[in-house]
Design a protein around this ligand. Structure first.
Ligand code: SAM
Length: 181
């Protein structure tokens, strides 16, 4: 989030055709819950397009990048790598250490889809479980980001939005705030 070192989310193991919606939601969840950038496999064209389009409509800052080599991103990352996996250490036990590290520099959060290469477990500074039960990369990412930011992401400000949703007890109100040019 603003005024802190970068948090980027990397999606591994995208299966074209099968994972399009999940990868889209990884990107949208990363954006909505305070990450600065999503790095998505180049093969996930629809997900990349949707995440960029939503950022254009509902604001940022948020960057969406495509990569041909997700593992290369992990290997080349200049900062700490956190891999979300049901086999990892419990989020409630390690999040304090991750927060300390994030004060010093950027974090790469890695989520999988299909089988995650064994290398990733070794390359990660932390393998972190959001419960040691199998569920979903989107749920794991959402809970992890909320814990990382201690809920502050819920109050973040958005810049350059064309549309703003006005909270309502019932019904839908969306204000068009885009510039005319
Ligand atoms: N065997 C996988 C694992 O290592 O967590 C579950 C595969 S799940 C379909 C796809 C992705 O969801 C995983 O690569 C992981 O990033 C995330 N995930 C699923 N359950 C999780 C959990 N309990 N804690 C953290 N991440 C989880």
């Amino acid at each position: 989030m603003q005024d802190a070192p970068e948090v980027a989310v990397l999606r591994l193991g995208h299966r074209p055709g099968r994972d399009e919606r999940m990868t889209t939601h990884v990107g949208l969840t990363a954006r909505a819950l305070g990450a600065d950038r999503a790095i998505l496999p180049a093969a996930a064209g629809e997900a990349i397009e949707t995440a960029r389009e939503i950022t254009g409509r509902f604001g940022g800052p948020f960057a969406v990048e495509a990569t041909d080599s997700p593992l290369g991103v992990v290997r080349g990352w200049d900062g700490a790598v956190v891999h979300l996996t049901m086999y990892g250490e419990r989020v409630q036990d390690v999040v304090g250490a991750v927060q300390d590290r994030h004060r010093e520099g950027p974090l790469l959060l890695v989520v999988g889809g299909g089988k995650v290469p064994a290398d990733v477990y070794d390359l990660a500074e932390w393998n972190v479980a959001v419960t040691n039960q199998p569920h979903s990369e989107i749920a794991a990412l959402a809970v992890f980001l909320d814990r990382l930011f201690s809920g502050r992401e819920l109050d973040r400000e958005w810049s350059d939005a064309d549309r703003v949703v006005v909270p309502q007890a019932r019904g839908k109100v969306v204000e068009d705030v885009g510039s005319e040019d």
